[in-house]
Every structure is written in structure tokens, then in C-alpha cells.
Design a protein around this ligand. Structure first.
Ligand code: ATP
Length: 530
């Protein structure tokens, strides 16, 4: 007979039990006294897929020896008031051959330990706005258990975002102070937090490469899922380990690797758009939250009626490469995930209203359903520099040939594009595999593209991509590795068709505007993976 102590904990309702002293140096700790509850086998009460880490519990005056297993329960339901909850289970013993031993915690990884300066960033607008709850209920208490507390003198600092500028400003600050190379930034955000940080750093430049740890709190979390896709393989019918568990395990036991990036230079006058408000799209029909394609009609959703809020992109006056033919400084953005034009860019933008955001990742499918009805062919001159091509040598890219789609609406002879996306990653969401050949951190940029294939083929292609990247190899879909891509927009009056997506941010170019995107060699940041 053995004793068990299992206590659920959240950041506010139940304080976490004190951790043991043996595994970590600070703070001074003691293991919790076993409860009087007696069970046959506490080990069997533990779900290995929920275990974050295990501490060795030292015997003390009021504590029992053994092990403390920290597990994370399922996250709150979408749009509910539920809290994140973790549990602590006391095990008197852990057999030598137990698979749980892989979760034994020894010490903080170097990227979280002194002398590194650790910054925790809580992005309040990411995804379903759960980052603050996750920080308070789970992250802060668990970091404390392993010896890392908020505060000066060796602790971490916490930044809670107040605006879309907060994370950029942190990047600029690290750059200005010259401390980026010694900084570890733990981002409770989606992909946007990463791109914000990279671009803040880029604005001041030359400050060293920080280590980034992502705790995915966004909608798509493309970077996190792409870097950790091997953790999410379905084992038969069993569900994979949850992403919050994988993320916390990675935080405490990952390794830092160079993060591949790209640089996107835009034509003069390009603007970074703030997310659309509900008011600005008030005339847009309320979409139905369903991931299945809507029936085919030839309607076009109205454009946002109010002008979006816009900011200038960063002008880099020192960079001659970006100068256009007349020598104007050209704005640019740094990305680590995707740059897209056409269908993908439009749906990311149009799904970014508060009312769409309430639906989590479904927002992308809702916007896609509306957008694909337009079957818009985007007028663009696209050219690529392929691996092995000399600098400056570009080849025109045309949509691959295809036959008429099931709805008979494609335009097989057209040179316009419906879809054009350059990516450094494999996944846009957990199962949405846009570039199945991409391996984590391989640093290769790949283009995925197709022409004016019509609504039904667009829907089929997107459905196949959502099913782990099965679109690759389908008729009419281009997929290849590229070093550099130029896109000159031929669209005129329709502002809706002149936007690009860079890692979830939206950039609108002027009529005749363009982008040049090129893969970088790395060195802007390190990313923690497992
Ligand atoms: N308080 C705030 N006010 C305005 N903007 C904010 C605030 N907090 C965060 N932001 C911005 O909101 C954006 C949130 O994007 P993020 O990518 O993290 O989430 P997401 O779009 O839901 O996820 P994903 O990109 O993974 O699909 C970031 O660019 C961030 O700078």
C-alpha cells in the first residue's frame, strides 16, 4: 500500500505545493506531506502524456521522500471561464525502467540559467486571449518550482503586451542596450510575437542573437507546430501529446538552434496594416463557423468600408540592396514562417477581425469559405531565383497547367495566380501541412502556388493541405525550392488584392508595388526546440 498526494493547482485558487530541495538549488523547498488518502498504485493515476516534469523529493521533517510529478490537465474550453490546472502527484518510488524517468528534472537549461537575462512576454491579444491565464495559472508557478522567479537579481522579467508595439519595443530595447545576445525571450504568443520581436531587433540592428522560446498561444502557431511536428504524430487512434505539454517540456529541456529567416523588401509606399476592426468590415456577411467549404456562388464579399489603420514599414536608409530604380529607401520586414500573396494573404487579413478571432483557428476556414467564392485570379509577374542560380538571375514563374475543375470554372490558360506562398516551415497549423518536404530548421525556402483554378479546385487543394499536406503532387499545384522570389503586383484599383502576408502581418503595396523575398543565412535569433 502506498500513499498518494494529488492536488490540482491554479495560479490563484490553490497555491502549488512546495517543491523538493534535491533537484534544484533554489528556492529552499520541501516536499508536501503525503495525504491520508491511500491508493493501490499512484503511478497508475498518472497520464504520461500530461507529465511536464518530475522532481526528486527529499525527505524532510514534514515531507516524504520520493518523486513529485507535475502534470498539466486539459486546457480550458474555448471561450469559457475555466482556468488552466496542473496537478502534483507524490510517488514514493519510480521504478528504474519507468518511461516516466525521461521527465526527471535535473537543472535549468543554459538558456534559462544565469547569466542569461530571461524575459517572459505575455501577448494579451494572441489567439483566444489565454496567455495571461496560462502565465498566472501554470507558467509562473511551475517556473518557481524549478527555481526561476520573477524579479531582479537573477529572476526573470515579465512584459504584458499593451499594444501591437510592445513586443517590437522589447526587441528594439534589447538591440539598443546591446543585450540581445545574452537574452532569452519566452514568448506566450502566436507567430506574430516572433515576427514582432525579430523586426524590433532589426530596427536597431547588430545586437546579437537572442534565444526565443515559444509557448504557443496564437491561432495557427505555424512555427511551433512545424518545429515540433514529430511530437504530434498520431499513435494509432490515440491522441498525440498536447501542444501545451510539449511546449513546457521544451521550455525546460530543449536545445537552442539557429532560426532560419527571410527578408522581404517592399516597394516604396508599402504599409503594414493593423488588424481590421469589426466596424471596418461591418458590411461583410457574418461567416458561418464551419471548416467545410461553402457551396459555390459567384458573389464577392464587400471590401472593408472604413480605411484600415496603417503604419509605415521600417525604412532602411543604409541598405542599398533595397533601393528601387529611383533610389528611394524601401521598407522591409523580417520573417521566419511565410510570405504569401493572393488567397492566403487575403484570408489571413480578412479573418483577423475580433468577431472572426473568437472562433480560434476556425477563423481561417471561415474567411477561406467566403474568399474562395470570388475565385479571384491575382494579376502578378512572379520570378524566382532557384538554388544554384547565380545572384541576379531570375526566371519567370507561371502557374502550372491544369484542366477544368469539377465546377468547370477554372481558367486553364490564365497566367494569373490564385495562390502563391513562400515558406520556411512545413505547417500552418497542427495538421495543415503546406510544405510537407520542409524539415524543422532546414533553412530552405519553398514556393507553393497555383493559378486561376476556380472555387472548387481551390477548396479541394486547401482541404488536401489541411490533411497533412496532401495537395502536393495534385494537378495544377506548383511546389519547389527557391532562393529568392520577386512579385510585381498587376492589380489596380482593388485594394483587397494588393496585400501580402508576412508571418501573419499584412502589408499593402501601392498600385504596381512589389516584394522581393530572399532566404537569409540565419543569425538573427536562436529558437528552442525539442
Ligand atoms: N494588447 C494588445 N493590443 C494590440 N495588439 C496586441 C496586443 N497584444 C498583442 N498584440 C499583437 O497581436 C498580435 C497577436 O498575434 P499572434 O500571432 O501572437 O496571435 P495570432 O494571430 O492569434 O496567432 P497566429 O499568428 O499563430 O495565428 C501580435 O502581433 C501582437 O503584437
Amino acid at each position: 500500500m502506498t500513499a498518494e498526494n494529488t492536488s490540482p493547482a491554479t495560479g490563484s485558487s490553490t497555491p502549488p505545493p512546495s517543491p523538493p530541495a534535491s533537484a534544484v538549488e533554489k528556492p529552499p523547498v520541501s516536499s508536501p506531506a503525503p495525504s491520508t488518502e491511500v491508493t493501490a498504485d499512484p503511478l497508475s493515476s498518472i497520464n504520461p502524456k500530461e507529465v511536464v516534469f518530475i522532481l526528486r523529493a527529499a525527505p524532510g521533517p514534514s515531507s516524504a521522500p520520493g518523486y513529485l510529478v507535475y502534470s498539466l490537465l486539459a486546457p480550458p474550453r474555448q471561450n469559457s471561464d475555466e482556468r488552466f490546472v496542473y496537478t502534483v502527484t507524490h510517488l514514493p518510488r519510480l521504478p528504474d525502467d519507468s518511461p516516466l524517468r525521461e521527465f526527471l528534472f535535473d537543472s535549468l537549461p543554459a538558456y534559462l540559467a544565469a547569466p542569461r537575462k530571461v524575459h517572459v512576454v505575455v501577448s494579451t491579444r494572441s489567439g483566444l486571449r489565454q496567455a495571461e491565464g496560462f502565465y498566472a495559472d501554470v507558467l509562473a508557478p511551475l517556473l518557481k518550482v524549478v527555481g526561476l522567479e520573477e524579479g531582479d537579481g537573477g529572476g526573470y522579467t515579465t512584459t504584458v503586451t499593451k499594444s501591437a508595439e510592445t513586443i517590437r519595443e522589447l526587441g528594439r530595447e534589447l538591440g539598443r542596450e546591446g543585450t540581445a545576445g545574452n537574452a532569452t525571450v519566452v514568448l506566450l504568443s502566436g507567430d506574430g510575437g516572433v515576427v514582432d520581436l525579430l523586426n524590433g531587433l532589426d530596427q536597431v540592428g547588430g545586437a546579437g542573437a537572442p534565444v526565443i522560446v515559444t509557448l504557443p498561444m496564437g491561432t495557427g502557431n505555424a512555427l511551433f507546430y512545424s518545429l515540433h511536428k514529430h511530437h504530434f504524430v498520431l499513435e494509432g487512434k490515440a491522441a498525440p501529446v498536447r501542444r501545451d505539454v510539449v511546449a513546457l517540456r521544451t521550455l525546460l529541456g530543449g536545445r537552442a538552434e539557429p532560426l532560419p529567416t527571410f527578408r522581404a523588401a517592399f516597394s516604396p509606399g508599402a504599409r503594414l496594416l493593423a488588424p481590421p476592426t469589426d466596424e471596418s468590415v461591418a458590411a461583410t456577411p457574418t461567416p458561418t463557423p464551419t471548416p467545410t467549404p461553402a457551396p459555390s456562388t459567384e458573389t464577392t464579399a464587400p471590401l472593408p468600408s472604413a480605411p484600415p489603420r496603417e503604419t509605415n514599414l521600417h525604412d532602411d536608409e543604409d541598405d542599398d540592396d533595397d533601393d528601387d530604380d529611383e533610389g528611394h529607401p524601401t521598407p522591409h520586414l523580417i520573417g521566419a514562417i511565410v510570405l504569401s500573396y493572393g488567397f492566403h494573404a487575403a484570408l489571413v487579413w480578412e479573418s483577423d477581425t475580433p468577431s472572426h478571432r473568437r472562433h480560434g483557428a476556425l477563423r481561417f476556414y471561415m474567411a477561406a469559405n467566403e474568399l474562395q467564392k470570388t475565385a479571384h485570379g491575382y494579376d502578378a509577374l512572379v520570378s524566382v531565383r532557384r538554388p544554384g542560380d547565380p545572384e541576379g538571375v531570375f526566371t519567370r514563374l507561371l502557374p502550372p497547367p491544369f484542366g477544368p475543375g469539377p465546377d468547370g470554372k477554372g481558367k486553364p490558360g490564365s497566367e494569373k495566380f490564385t495562390y502563391l506562398l513562400m515558406t520556411l516551415v512545413s505547417n500552418l497549423e497542427r495538421t495543415f501541412g503546406i510544405s510537407p518536404h520542409s524539415q524543422p530548421l532546414d533553412g530552405k525556402m519553398r514556393a507553393v502556388y497555383f493559378g486561376e483554378v476556380g472555387e472548387s479546385r481551390t477548396s479541394i487543394a486547401m482541404g488536401a493541405a489541411a490533411n497533412k499536406g496532401e495537395h502536393v503532387g495534385m494537378e495544377g499545384i506548383g511546389y519547389e525550392e527557391v532562393e529568392e522570389v520577386k512579385v510585381v503586383v498587376g492589380e489596380g484599383e482593388g485594394r483587397r488584392w494588393r496585400i501580402f502576408c508576412v508571418d501573419g502581418s499584412t502589408v499593402r503595396v501601392e498600385k504596381g508595388g512589389w516584394v522581393k523575398v530572399r532566404r537569409e543565412k540565419g543569425g538573427r535569433a536562436m529558437i528552442v526546440v525539442s
